[in-house]
Design a protein around this ligand. Structure first.
Ligand SMILES: O=P(O)(O)OC[C@H]1O[C@H](OP(=O)(O)OP(=O)(O)O)[C@H](O)[C@@H]1O
Ligand SMILES: Nc1nc2[nH]cnc2c(=O)[nH]1
Length: 179
């Protein structure tokens, strides 16, 4: 379907059906664990937008939705300085925050968001990611509590994730095997 958009050599890493199943499974865990809690569901933009939308449609919990924006990759495939682009004004006192992002790579983005929510008075902060990337490049001192999919160390795009800021809207997760 996306042949004219995809860069040469791009292949599907995770099909849409597998993403949907994994999203449903993680939603069921969250529904069980947050059944009696007041939740602030915060999407980390831009990458988290598609996964957060799909996941939230399966959530049957008492929650407000907002977003924050943090970036450390820009158009690059390697992470750099973390930049806050938007901090929400939502009140977090006595709320249980769920941070939702597309990918946990080295974990610096989620760790910064987690620490900031605690500083703002959240009762608890946990995070959910679509993809957890396995590698030996080193991780921040932080791990997401809920992970839908684990992948090997490829730079991936589609389903919210960019390739040079493009191709976020693809329905599957792609990669470039020769990159
Ligand atoms: O675990 P880390 O190594 O910190 O990387 C993960 C972060 O990288 C991407 O964001 P990016 O900085 O590319 O901004 P974007 O969401 O606007 O694409 C992604 O959406 C995660 O938020
Ligand atoms: N698009 C995209 N952003 C990332 N940020 C950290 N890892 C990745 C990745 O594999 N793809």
């Amino acid at each position: 379907m996306y042949q004219k958009l995809l860069p040469k050599g791009a292949e599907v890493l995770v099909e849409q059906q597998k993403i949907d199943q994994a999203t449903l499974s993680v939603a069921e865990q969250i529904n069980r664990e947050y059944a009696d809690k007041k939740v602030a569901f915060l999407t980390i933009m831009n990458g988290g937008m598609i996964f957060a939308s799909e996941l939230s449609l399966h959530l049957n919990i008492d929650m407000e939705m907002d977003y924050l924006q943090l970036s450390r990759y820009g158009k690059s495939t390697t992470g750099g300085q973390l930049v806050w682009k938007y901090q929400p004004e939502i009140h977090m006192h006595n709320k249980h925050v769920i941070l939702c992002d597309d990918i946990y790579d080295q974990g610096h983005t989620l760790k910064a968001a987690h620490d900031w929510c605690l500083l703002k008075g959240a009762a608890s902060v946990k995070s959910v990611v679509l993809v957890y990337k396995k590698h030996d490049r080193g991780y921040a001192d932080y791990e997401p509590e809920y992970t839908a999919l684990k992948i090997d160390d490829h730079y991936i795009f589609g389903y919210g994730m960019d390739l040079e800021e493009r191709l976020r809207h693809l329905r599957a997760i792609y990669y470039l095997p020769d990159a």
